[in-house]
Design a protein around this ligand. Structure first.
Ligand code: CP
Ligand code: NVA
Length: 308
């Protein structure tokens, strides 16, 4: 059994095989009605706990559907309604849940919580987003890019806006899969230096460019995310908006990038803030393929974790 905690701690060959399996499962899947089981039922008789300490639409529904399609069952648990939210230690929660369920997916706050859960669990643990990372999202993003444009190796990804948790996982992927990343945003919101260092150490070119118009030139992929993440204090909202307004992804910025550039956003998006509706719904946008691919990518992640 293996944990899926972060992109940079997962072997690149394993990432590759999960993406290939996700693609194959997607092709097989899309010939059937949504709720029906897959031909292969590797999770038959298995129970997966899906723990949420923060809100979610995509992660919750795509994991739940993925488990069902693979023949398993899932239970969705809200952190605040568990003893976890009332002082029971992470380690004890991990030990107890491991006696009941076959796998745990958790969306939590600090990355240290995820790592403690994984250390004390005797079943696989999957990272469904922390304040510092969102690896399942980036698996879906890579699957989506490959479907539209082929290999990411050597490609130019431009991250626009806040250098947040999702950006860190994209940097990890740049290092692991050999693509380059240009970050454009205000200095105060630069990406995690450890993630930048990881990508550079692995040979990815990471460029910090304050001018968004220059940054996106020749991009193969333009990506942005919300200006205020779930872990950001609401009191920082106005300051963040003021800093990030020059970094809105709009038609002018996409024109500057060129027709070859795809547009992605992990969603939920705030139309008219970090991105305009014209870009979200425009010809370069693949946001709903990206959302769909959470399902297929995570099914491959779950199979990999259980060796099934
Ligand atoms: N992209 C993503 O993780 O969406 P949810 O917050 O809705 O799960
Ligand atoms: N950066 C966002 C991603 C949501 C899927 C957040 O953490 O709120």
């Amino acid at each position: 059994m293996k944990h899926f905690l972060d992109i940079h701690t997962t072997d690149p060959d394993d990432l590759r095989s999960m993406l290939d399996e996700a693609r194959a499962m997607k092709v097989a899947r899309n010939s059937r009605p949504k709720g029906t089981p897959d031909d292969e039922q590797p999770l038959a008789g298995r129970m997966v706990a899906l723990i949420f300490e923060k809100p979610s639409t995509r992660t919750r529904v795509s994991f739940d559907m993925g488990v069902r399609q693979l023949g398993g069952q899932s239970m969705v648990l809200s952190g605040g309604e568990m003893q976890l939210g009332h002082g029971e230690s992470i380690a004890d929660t991990a030990r107890v849940l491991s006696r009941y369920v076959d796998m745990i997916m958790i969306r939590t706050n600090e990355e240290t919580i995820l790592h403690e859960l994984a250390e004390y669990a005797s079943v696989p643990v999957i990272n469904g987003l922390t304040n510092e990372s969102h690896p399942c999202q980036i698996m879906a993003d890579m699957l989506t890019f490959e479907e539209h444009r082929g290999s990411m190796a050597g490609k130019k990804v431009v991250w626009v806006g806040d250098g947040n948790n999702v950006c860190a996982s994209m940097l990890h992927a740049a290092g692991q899969m050999g693509f380059n990343l240009t970050f454009t945003g205000p200095m105060q919101l630069d990406p995690d230096p450890k993630a930048v260092g990881f990508a550079r150490d692995k040979g990815a070119e990471v460029v910090i460019e304050r001018d968004p118009a220059r940054a996106v030139e020749g991009a193969d992929l333009v990506v942005t995310d919300t200006w205020v993440s779930m872990h950001d204090a609401q009191s920082t909202r106005e300051r963040r908006h003021n800093m990030l307004r020059p970094y809105q992804v709009n038609d002018a910025l996409m024109a500057q990038a060129g027709d070859q550039a795809l547009f992605m956003h992990c969603l939920p998006a705030h139309r008219g803030e970090e991105v305009t509706s014209s870009v979200m719904d425009g010809p370069q946008s693949v946001i709903f393929d990206e959302a769909e691919n959470r399902l297929h990518a995570q099914k491959a992640v779950m199979r990999w974790c259980l060796g099934l």
